[in-house]
Design a binder for this molecule. Structure first.
Ligand code: F6R
Length: 608
């Protein structure tokens, strides 16, 4: 998830562009860059680090121009170095592009263009776009852009400038947001309204497959067949801060709501459904070693640890590999005897958690394979592990992890599928799982339709000072995660327990003032969890059940029901966790707390 800004008009393009880019820094802050057109030539300047570093670099340069494109990068392909920063250009320095998204078929495009004589300077997938446009360019910029886009598989929010065409910039969207606005101050384009809302509140949101040619006082939008589209402007009444949050009051709820997109990004280009397998480029180099693995040890902290617990079920069920999960913060105090052919898998959103890094250092002393599942590209854990998979969930700003969790579980499912197909998982079973994984983005959208009902539930239960969360098998880690979410942002005491363990102690807590969340989708352990719910009801406990759509019988047993769509049991946590995230969010909001900045917590825990 990167930030893009473009402007063309008579005002100070550099000033407008830099101010806009600063407002998009929350989308990525690995590097920043710009290309500015002065009517005759284009200056392109890039810098590793934040927009401030770029501003510092250009402060003594006399950069003037009437059009500009800018980018702040959240690295996906290629390290955090200047040559990988955007804008990217072509061989002649005529075409400049900034891109948010992933070009899935970049390797084959790059190989083809290289054979035709193109010279690439970066390791990025994005650079193929500028060269592909160059390949098709015969004087008409938008025509060349459209021809190039027809070859690209993947996602893009793209803005293009050309030295030969100082009167226009071209923008195009496929699954990565772009918004434009043209008024008396000029033509603007950005990844989200926050970058340009100070110039205009009237916005046009581009749809997938649309291309916009933006001039200083005019614009035209077409589809990829060059058919003109009639688009309506939307008048936004957001202020700048609201705009950064996509109109949501907090990053946490924005991140909850974008899980369909973040999960889609985590699996994009990684599923080969007809072969019933996943393709994970980051672990390709160790695939022969992975074939021999006899045990997996997952190490992580907090929410990432709970994702790891789901990973344990996935690895054992799909791949038949014995798996153990431990808090990275505890691992170093154990003797933890080494066994032959084991792998250590570190899960971390930030990739900088001190406890996880300390455990990784311990592992490096052994001869074991160290793998990572990390969201922040180039983070320490990603660099220090032997191989790994990036989440591609985009920056997570809210301190309480939400979209990183669902993305981690998706990546674990992809890994388990890969390892399973290396072993005994049949083609038919592999295909089924791959198909079920592919459906998740749609099912997440369905799940999120309940949000208003959950807000009301949070109000209804806001008087409770304690909560219990219970679940069995795949729902057990969700119960733990639900309790963590609630306690960390609403400061309500909550415990997560396995449903089966209830009767061994915690059931003593239950009375009419101690409500329980029961995570009980209609899966292989549903009947057993139902019995546990009955035990709670027999002690006058209130129960909120999260169960599968169509389950009517449960209504007469519990006090409130939240429905999630039917889904393969092994993937159910990705849906069932969403209501508990939403519940925790609205609980915090009902008390007037800021869920983005819970007391005593930090986003990245870099102390032991
Ligand atoms: C809870 C939360 C934390 C993190 C934990 C590990 O909402 O965000 O529990 O999951 O601090 O952080 P990472 O995943 O960055 O290693």
């Amino acid at each position: 998830m990167c930030g893009i800004v473009g402007y063309i008009g008579d005002n100070n393009a550099l000033d407008i562009g830099i101010k806009g880019l600063r407002r998009l820094e929350y989308r990525g802050y690995d590097s920043a860059g710009l290309a500015i057109h002065n009517g005759n030539s284009v200056d392109c300047i890039k810098s590793v680090g934040k927009v401030d570093d770029l501003a510092q670099k250009i402060k003594d340069k006399d950069l003037k121009g009437n059009s500009i494109i800018l980018h702040s990068r959240w690295a996906t392909h290629g390290g955090v170095v200047e040559k990988n920063a955007h804008p990217h250009t072509d061989c002649k320095g005529n075409i400049f592009i900034v891109h948010n998204g992933i070009v899935e078929n970049y390797k084959e495009i790059r190989a083809k263009l290289t054979s035709l004589g193109h010279k690439f300077v970066s390791e990025t997938d994005s650079e193929v776009i500028s060269h592909l446009i160059e390949h098709f360019y015969e004087g008409n910029l938008e025509e060349a852009v459209i021809k190039a886009l027809k070859y690209i598989k993947g996602t893009y929010g793209l803005v293009v400038m050309s030295k030969d065409n100082p009167d226009r910039i071209v923008a195009a969207r496929m699954f990565s947001p772009l918004v434009i606005s043209v008024n008396e101050h000029g033509g603007f384009v950005a990844s989200d309204p926050s970058a340009i809302i100070s110039h205009s509140k009237r916005m046009i949101f581009l749809e997938d497959g649309e291309v916009a040619v933006i001039k200083k006082d005019d614009f035209i939008i077409t589809d990829l067949e060059s058919r003109v589209k009639d688009k309506q402007e939307t008048e936004l009444d957001w202020d700048i801060e609201e705009a950064q949050k996509g109109g949501y009051p907090h990053f946490m709820i924005k991140e909850i709501m974008e899980q369909s997109e973040s999960v889609a990004n985590s699996m994009r280009g990684r599923l080969i459904i007809e072969e019933g397998i996943s393709k994970l480029g980051g672990i390709d180099s160790v695939k022969d070693k992975l074939k021999e693995i006899k045990k997996i040890n997952i190490l992580a902290c907090g929410t990432s640890y709970y994702a790891g617990l789901i990973g344990e079920y996935l690895m054992e069920e799909l791949a038949g590999i014995p798996t153990e999960v431990d808090f990275a913060s505890e691992f170093r105090y154990r003797k933890f005897p080494t066994v032959a052919d084991e792998a250590y898998l570190f899960i971390s959103q930030s990739g900088e958690t001190a406890d996880s890094l300390a455990a990784l250092k311990e592992i490096k002393k052994r001869e074991a394979l160290a793998l990572g599942i990390v969201n922040v590209v180039g983070a320490s854990i990603a660099r220090e592990t032997d191989a790994g998979v990036y989440n591609h969930a985009g920056p997570e700003i809210g301190v309480a992890s939400t979209k990183a969790f669902t993305s981690q579980v998706v990546v674990l499912a992809l890994m388990a599928l890969f390892l399973g197909r290396q072993r005994n998982l049949s083609l038919a079973d592999g295909k089924n799982i791959a198909n079920d994984i592919a459906k998740l983005p749609i099912l997440i959208q369905e799940t999120l339709k309940n949000i208003k009902d959950i807000e009301l539930l949070a109000k209804k239960y806001s008087g409770a000072s304690n909560f219990l969360f219970v679940g069995r098998k795949y729902s057990y880690p969700v119960a733990m995660e639900g309790a963590l979410k609630l306690k960390e942002i609403s400061y309500i005491h909550s415990e997560g327990y396995s449903s089966g363990e209830m009767k061994h102690g915690p059931i003593a807590l239950i009375d009419e003032n101690f409500p329980t969340f029961a995570i009980c989708p209609k899966d292989s352990v549903y009947e057993k969890t139902l019995s546990n719910i009955q035990e709670i009801k027999a002690r006058n406990g209130k129960v909120i059940a999260i169960t599968t759509m169509g389950n009517e019988e449960i209504k007469s047993l519990v006090d409130d029901v939240i429905y999630i769509p039917e889904v393969n049991e092994v993937l159910s946590p990705i849906l069932s966790v969403i209501p508990v995230q939403v519940f925790a969010y609205y609980m915090a909001v009902s008390f007037g707390y800021n869920p983005d900045m819970p007391r005593n917590l930090a986003k990245s825990v870099t102390v032991e």
